[in-house]
Each structure stands twice: as structure tokens, then as C-alpha cells.
Design a binder for this molecule. Sequence first.
Ligand code: WTA
Length: 655
Amino acid sequence: MSEKTIDSTLSEQRVFQPPASFSVKARIGSLAEYQKLRAAAAADPAGFWAALARSEIDWHKDFSVALDAGKAPHYAWFTDGVLNVSYNCLDRHLARRADKTAIIFEGENGDTRRLSYADVHRQVCLFANALKAKGIGKGDRVVIYMPMVPEAVVAMQACARIGAIHSVVFGGFSAESLKDRIEDAGATAVITADGGTRGGKVVELKAACDRALAKGCKTVETVIVLKRAGNAVAMQAGRDHWWADTVRGQAEHCDPVWVESEHPLYLLYTSGSTGKPKGIQHASGGYLLGALVTMKWVFDIQDADIFWCTADVGWVTGHSYVAYGPLAAGATLLMYEGAPTVPDAGRFWDICARHKVTIFYTAPTAIRALMKLGEEFPNKYDLSALRLLGTVGEPINPEAWMWYHRVIGKERCPIVDTWWQTETGMIMLAPVPGAVPTKPGSCTLPLPGIDADVVDEQGTSVTDPNQGGQLVIKQPWPSMLRTIWGNEQRYRDTYWAKFSGRYYVAGDTARRDADGYFWIMGRADDVIKVSGHRLGTMEIESALVAHPRVAEAAVVSRPDDIKGEAVFAFVVTKGERPRNDSARALTDELRAWVSQQIGPIAKPDDIRYAENLPKTRSGKIMRRLLRAIARGEPITQDISTLENEDIVKQLQGER
Ligand code: WTA
């Protein structure tokens, strides 16, 4: 986040009260009610969560232990309880809501489908039986690499039904990234599609999957391919099967496999401070509870709502607020496969109007992009069904917040700015919309049971309002990550070491204003958020260095009006430093290379070439200096230790 943005949020004084018309119908309709819940949770956190777990979840066998902290920082919740997540998302609704629409789907080309709870249940059972027929069972890892179609949710739910652990890989990731994730998880099966459609183009998922499997992935025995885009694909006999063939003849009933509460529900790989993504591991019972209660607290989900979260199932938001939370709540969710600008910048609003969406949840980057394209697009559509708006993934600048409030919400809908992470599993800091006044740019206050704080480098609470510090969570919560798959040490080092195991360290910097409201300032580590997507600078650096012409690379971010942050790479080549045409040619090549290595989202926006990178005496790259250069800011750092001061001019692109 740029200093300019921090300044602008620092001077933000506007406060918006929850509209009375919203509060009267809300699940939590007053500040007093919200405070009462928070106080109850603070007085007895484990008891608070245990009571919720009993009222919100259908257990096959009740638990006697709420929280087991014996192996901290590996906290375990509801440990001797037994349940099935898919049962809680589907079967338990069949008595009252069998015919209620569970999923409204719209493809980019306009094809729509409506699936009732009975339909989704049937499809999940068929597919779960298909997985079982391929020998997949409890504890096996299944990688899902699919477009945003209902079958992606069916595949996730089917895994949950039989106790298999899914790991969804975003369809925009490359074959290389897919391979790394399959191998790290030791997956025995991959579920994919021939292709998906985005921006009018077919993304060839099966072909990428073939390339990944050709390079390794020895554990994979089964590949199941959904026919979606209709593009030609190669099928390897014995290994590859069409989805339709695998479900043909299967029974429409599949008993859920009852699992212990701590049984891993899924892995989701995310970027961190090193080159290698980490497999965040979530448990069944605690995660389900987090996804479900936040549907109620933050989204105020009601039976008549049409809930649309625009996130792809490849990200955590698409897990908690597409595949699990809405179904656990018995809600109607909307899924859209394509891009927000096809056929034009009105597509989101057109969908909202046609399907009478009541709750809309998206990323600041989408809001900024659509804001730039003009009010005339949203103004063409009837958005009167909307009652609640949300944002997630990165800080939202007050200007975009105000546009969202005025142009989309017509000053009638509360906005929930929700802070959370892949690791937290559920929304942690956000306004409860019927109760908590909002301020543009602030994710406001912690949810009940979430003990968030801002601390200094010693771990002491920062008491001075508006002074920044590390965002930490001081008490365990049910939907927290359990570990990093196969890397216990990295789990401890990344999240707990900084304050000797006392607090969960989020990796974000934040400040709290005089009202106790949280304002997220940015990341404290080498993670950047490009269009809300989490990327590690080290990951991009290792991709660059893998190119035969690159000797060394350093990646930093610079602010970008729409994407939030943009990727800025400094590169030292082997041999002579490229200039002019040869630099332009290499830049094109490196951008294509990074796309291929990681995915198009990681492509550097700028590349500068220099004979060397600026380093400290101990050999560390001076990233702060590089950031200043990338942002075009004056250089205030001491550069006297640089061997060659000319390097700075080269990095600045001057010579
Ligand atoms: C950032 C996404 C400011 C933050 C759910 C966090 C936010 C990272 C917000 C997690 C928000 C998420 N305001 N920053 N409302 N929400 N972030 O794992 O830096 O993809 O640590 O999870 O996104 O990204 P992840």
C-alpha cells in the first residue's frame, strides 16, 4: 500500500450508521447485541465456540473436548466429535429445502443453470461414488483444477463426502504451478475440465494438466475430465476418464464417511515469504463452523437471499463463501464463470439485476476497474434487490468504497469490508452490518471470539491510536489453519515464532484508531497483492532466475490504480545488459516466461535491467531502495555502501 493511501485513510473521518431499515430485519440488529456476543466470547472463548458448534452443526457424534491446546501451536477443536461436512451442507437441508435453489449458474456466453439442493445432493453422491469406484477414499489427496462451474463445487463436496482431502488449484495457474502443488500434496487424482471460458477465450485446462503430469507427478493414477468448453483434448487410456462416464451407472445415494472433527478437509496452497507456496491445511469441524457463522454474522444470510461471491473456487474466498459457507447455511448462491467485462463493463450489474442478487461480495480491484469504466454501466440496471455489499482481499481505498456505496448500493446498502486470510479460514475483522457503523477503508472491528490486536516489535499492544504495528490474533479460533502440509517447522516459523508462540502473526501491518477500528496498512513480509491475488515476490524471483538468460532478479511492488499493486522486476542478465530493442524483446520473453512458470497473474508489469543489484555489505538486496525506485520516489536510503553508484541510475532507467 502506498504512503499516499495510508495518508488518505488516516484523514478519513466519515462514519456510516447501519441503516435502520437494515437493522430491524438483521440477525444482529444493534451494537448492544454485537457487544454482548463479543463479551460472552471473551469471557469463555472455548465455551462460546462449543455452544455455537452444537447449535450450528449436525454432529454424528457429539464432542466432549471443545479446545485441545496440548499440542500448541497446533490447536485442535471439538476433537472427539464426528461429522461430515458435505452432510452438513446438503443432506440436512433436504427435509425442508430439497427444492430450494442451491446454485444459480451463469456462463460467460450466457448459458444458465439452476440446481436445487436435491440436484446438488444427487450430483455430489454420484460423483462421490465415482471417486470411490476409482479407489479414492479417506485421507487421499485430490487436486481440483477447474473452471468456475457448479461441478467444481460438486467435486469439492464429493471429496468432503468421502473424507478425501481436496486441493483446488486456481485455473489461471500454469502447468508448472499445478505440478508443484500436485507433487507437494502427493495427490493420487486430478479433477479437471477440457477447458474454461474467460474473456471470450478458452483456457485449456486439460492440456496444462497433461504438461504437468508429463513432468512428474508420479503419484497421480486417475484424471477425471469434465466436458465444458468443447475444445479437443488428448485422453490417456487407463488414466484419463470423462466425468460423464465415471458417474454413469453410479448409485444416487452415497453414505457420508463420518470423520473426526480434526480430519483435514482441504489443503490450499498460498504464497508466503519464500519461493515455495505452502499448503495451508484446514480441519473439518472448526472450518465448517467458521464459514457458517460468518455467513450469518457478516452476511446476515436469510432464507430469501441470493448470495453472490465473485471469487474463484481456486482461492480461499471461493472455498468459504462459495463451496461451503452458503450451502452450510442453506442459501442460494450464484456462480459466474466469466470475466466482468464481457460483453461490457455492465456484466456484473446485469447479472445482479436479472437474478435479483441481494448480497454481492467482490474484490476492491474489480470495484476500481468497473468504477473507471463509468457509472453509466451500473446505472443501466435495476439494482434495487441488493441489500448488502462486501469486499475482500486487499485494502479498499475510500474513493472506491464511496463509489460502491453511492453507485451500487444507492446509499442504502451497508458495506462489509472483510479482513481475513487463507490461513484464518473465515472472516475475522469486519462490521456486523446491522450493528457496527462503518468507515470507508476500515475493516472495523473483530468478530465475536476473535481476539485481534496490533502490537509492536516486542509484542506489546500499541496503545497510541493510529500508530502502526503487527496484526496478531491472541486466542485460537476454530477455523484457523492446523499446519502447513508436510512442513511443521515452516508452520511454526511463519506464524508463531515472532512472538515466541504467544500470538498468531498474520503478516499484515495495521493500526487502530481512537474508536478501536482496524485499518490494514499492508503486508509486513514479501507478499504482494495483485488484483487481490496473493503472490510471493520470491516466487516470481525464482521463476525469473530459472530463465536461461537471467543471472539475478529482485521483485518488488509498486502501487497500481486498479490492481492495487503491480509487479516490478529488476533483472541482471548473464552477459551484456540488454538495452532498447533487445531489452524490449527480452522483457516480452520474460513476461511470457513468468506466465508459463506461475500464471498470467504473476507477469511483471515493469522490468528494468542493470549490471548488478544494490546490496548491503552483508550481501542482502536493498529492497527498500528498489521499492523507492519502482515507485519513482526520491532515494533517501544511504547508498554509500554500494560498490557502483551508477547501478542506481541504471535501475532508475536513466542509462
Ligand atoms: C489481504 C484472502 C485489507 C491481507 C481472503 C491478508 C486485506 C491477505 C483484506 C490474505 C481487507 C484480505 N483489507 N487487506 N479487507 N482482506 N487482505 O490469503 O494482506 O488470499 O493478509 O486471503 O489479503 O490473502 P488471502
